[in-house]
Design a protein. Structure first.
Length: 215
């Protein structure tokens, strides 16, 4: 029919889009705010962001559709930018936007956040990103976490596997090792008190000697 794409025409469009290279922007804890300006004036366009994890099966199934929509938006000169965040390796963003399940799809526009809960088909994603989100209830973009929060989040992420390994070790450790570990805080406290007492005694003795020499 007139105006419809044939199989060859559709394949040619696919080839043209793929030749442009990846259109999905990969964001990180370090680059997110600079790129999106989500909490600022947001003059960098509308950002539709997928929070994913490398091990997430649903995320992998969405990947080709997400890239396809991104390619189309780029070819059309659309203000919508498709992006994604590895929530597993960017703990600060995961915490900031309270990501509980994957994939989570959030759209950022005019300093507001809109959560997409619909069908993850290309047509549905396009329509919602362009106009549908305007009829949804959004919320203000959470502020960037301060440096201490970011540091604590990164330390928690670094420590998590080590804590798991230690807990696994303790479950199979001999009874005397478990006892030693349990009383170790008390041992450290006793040592600290003794060191402090020794230092205090030395300070008193040094002070007394200095005073007698002056006399």
């Amino acid at each position: 029919a007139e105006g419809e794409l044939g199989v060859d025409d559709a394949s040619a469009v696919d080839d043209d889009l793929e030749s442009l290279g990846p259109a999905v922007v990969e964001l990180t804890d370090a680059s997110f705010e600079h790129a999106t300006q989500a909490a600022g004036g947001q003059t960098a366009g509308v950002w539709f962001v997928e929070f994913y994890a490398p091990w997430c099966g649903h995320c992998k199934r969405l990947e080709s559709t997400w890239e396809r929509v991104a390619q189309e938006f780029r070819a059309e000169g659309s203000p919508v930018i498709m992006a994604r965040v590895d929530a597993h390796n960017n703990a600060a963003l995961k915490s900031r936007f309270k990501i509980k399940s994957l994939p989570t799809l959030l759209l950022f526009a005019n300093r507001r956040v809109y959560s997409y809960k619909g069908v993850r088909g290309a047509a549905e994603l396009r329509e919602w990103a362009l106009t549908g989100h305007k009829h949804a209830t959004g919320y203000d973009v959470p502020p960037e976490p301060n440096a201490l929060v970011v540091l604590a989040t990164r330390l928690e992420k670094w420590a998590a596997p080590h804590v798991h390994d230690f807990q696994k070790f303790m479950r199979h450790a001999p009874w005397y090792v478990r006892i030693l570990v349990n009383i170790s805080p008390f041992i450290v406290l006793v040592l600290a008190v003794n060191v402090f007492a020794w230092l205090y005694k030395r300070h008193r003795m040094y002070g007394a000697n200095s005073k007698s020499k002056k006399e």
